[in-house]
Design a protein around this ligand. Structure first.
Ligand SMILES: CC(C)(COP(=O)(O)OP(=O)(O)OC[C@H]1O[C@@H](n2cnc3c(N)ncnc32)[C@H](O)[C@@H]1OP(=O)(O)O)[C@@H](O)C(=O)NCCC(=O)NCCS
Length: 428
């Protein structure tokens, strides 16, 4: 294996160093390219650009592998919890019992929003999308911590725990607000995911009964979403953090990036697509035809991935969990039958096969969330709750890097050449 790449430009040869990762992925280091050659690289959509070297998550999209800090997602899904995996992702190792207890206590002691934040919720219209509220409220939360306002990057553990814990409280409050119900405060004796269900579904006069299979399925959804290397929202978090913006501002930007239907918004879009197919009486075949037609404006939502050119390992785990939850809750969801038919048809269709389009994590996660009575507008919010540890771990890598530089891509300008200002009276 060569440790240098040769580049020929304008009759000259340049040697570029080759960097290898732990799993032997290779990159040509172009960091000195412009200084030595005057050229930059162009890679719209960043499909071939490594923006950083990271120790958090490994993905092999060709083989369908996902590991947090080296541990396969299948093993974590089977043996770990969201909170334990969050610790692993942020701090780089599985916690001891003492570390896990300290982390849990920190999450519990930071789960309540500052009481004044309740008034912010009042000012959103009831039609607001909870992702808009979530992003705004995460940013607003930073205003209550003067150390952050002074640019202090200390108190990491406390702020990280507060964000993980409060994103769930904010999410539940925004849902209650959207349905015109009173806010339910978290309880100290509930674990992370059970507490979220309590804040979503209890009433002041009637505690919601938390079924263990429901709490476990939701915890699994959080765990499976906890990190996914340099996706759109995580790259956004790193980009914002590189300007030395605080952790709340950086993660709030991540929420905005996640909202779009090509990213976290896909789980909501999948269920809406399945409902549309169901309402039209189609068995899915008409929709598949439309999804292959670029002029139709339709895509098979929940299919395809920038990195996975094989089965998304999270999709396999979610599909199994989906089957189990529906049986445990005795739910017969026609949308699940449509999803299964769509998957079978797409996996046999040459359009999807040739483009290596497989079901991704969002294809079945929406069906589980429906079964758990989570409202559809909350689906992407749940993704954000799950992704918070990954955003924080990536923020930490940026904040802890003494050689860190602001992220600032270049461009190839294709606009007007030098042009003159024309006074308004002379413009045609
Ligand atoms: C995830 C996604 C944004 C990846 O985008 P990408 O890496 O830029 O993939 P591309 O757009 O280059 O796709 C390659 C080809 O497959 C097609 N394609 C990709 N996803 C498709 C889908 N879900 N349905 C139909 N066609 C799809 C593209 O149109 C393109 O076709 P072409 O080669 O004829 O032009 C894309 O697959 C998508 O939009 N999927 C649906 C949304 C979704 O589920 N997002 C959640 C991701 S976890």
């Amino acid at each position: 294996m060569s440790n240098q790449a040769k580049l020929e430009l304008d009759g000259k040869t340049y040697n570029l160093p080759v960097v290898s990762g732990t799993e032997d992925e290779k990159a040509v280091d172009v960091s000195a390219l412009r200084a030595t050659t005057g050229y930059i690289t162009l890679d719209e959509g960043y499909g071939n650009t490594g923006a950083c070297q990271s120790k958090i998550t490994f993905i092999d999209g060709e083989k369908g592998i996902l590991r947090y800090r080296g541990i396969p997602i299948e093993e974590l899904a089977d043996k770990s919890s969201f909170i334990e995996s969050a610790y692993l992702i942020i701090y780089g190792h599985l916690p001891t019992s003492a570390e896990l207890n300290t982390f849990s206590d920190l999450l519990t002691s930071n789960q309540n929003l500052h009481e004044d934040m309740k008034y912010h919720f009042e000012s959103f219209p009831s039609s607001s999308h909870p992702m808009a509220i979530l992003s705004a409220m995460i940013n607003a939360a930073s205003c209550y911590y003067p150390d952050l306002m002074q640019g202090d990057r200390g108190h990491f553990d406390e702020h990280a725990a507060r964000l993980i814990s409060q994103v769930r409280t904010i999410a539940a409050f925004s849902y209650r607000k959207s349905v015109g119900k009173p806010i339910i405060y978290p309880k100290n004796n509930y674990k992370f995911t059970a507490n979220f269900l309590h804040m979503l579904f209890s009433d002041p006069y009637d505690d919601y009964e938390i079924k263990p299979e429901v709490a476990r399925a939701l915890d699994l959804i959080f765990l499976l979403h906890a990190d996914h290397e340099q996706n759109c929202s995580t790259s956004t978090v790193r980009m914002v953090a590189s300007s030395q913006a605080n952790m709340y501002a950086s993660c709030s930007a991540g929420v905005c990036a996640l909202w779009g239907p090509l990213h976290g918004g896909a789980n909501q879009a999948v269920v809406e697509m399945l409902k549309e197919i169901h309402a039209s009486g189609d068995d899915g075949s008409k929709f598949i035809t439309a999804a292959k037609d670029k002029t139709s404006g339709k895509k098979l939502m929940g299919f395809g991935h920038r990195v996975y050119k094989n089965h998304d390992p999270r999709a396999k785990i979610i599909k199994k969990a989906c089957d189990e939850v529906l049986v445990a809750l005795k739910i017969d969801d026609p949308l699940l039958n449509i999803a299964i038919k769509l998957e079978e048809a797409a996996l046999k269709d040459s359009y999807f096969v040739e483009r290596k389009l497989y079901p991704n994590v969002d294809f079945y996660s929406g069906i589980i969330m429906r079964a758990l009575s989570i409202p559809v507008e909350m689906f992407t919010v749940l993704f954000a709750i799950g992704r918070m540890p990954g955003w924080i771990a990536n923020y930490k890598e940026i904040a802890d890097d003494p050689k860190g530089r602001i992220c600032r891509p270049r461009q190839v300008y294709v606009g007007q050449p030098l042009n003159a200002y024309v006074p308004i009276s002379k413009r045609k």
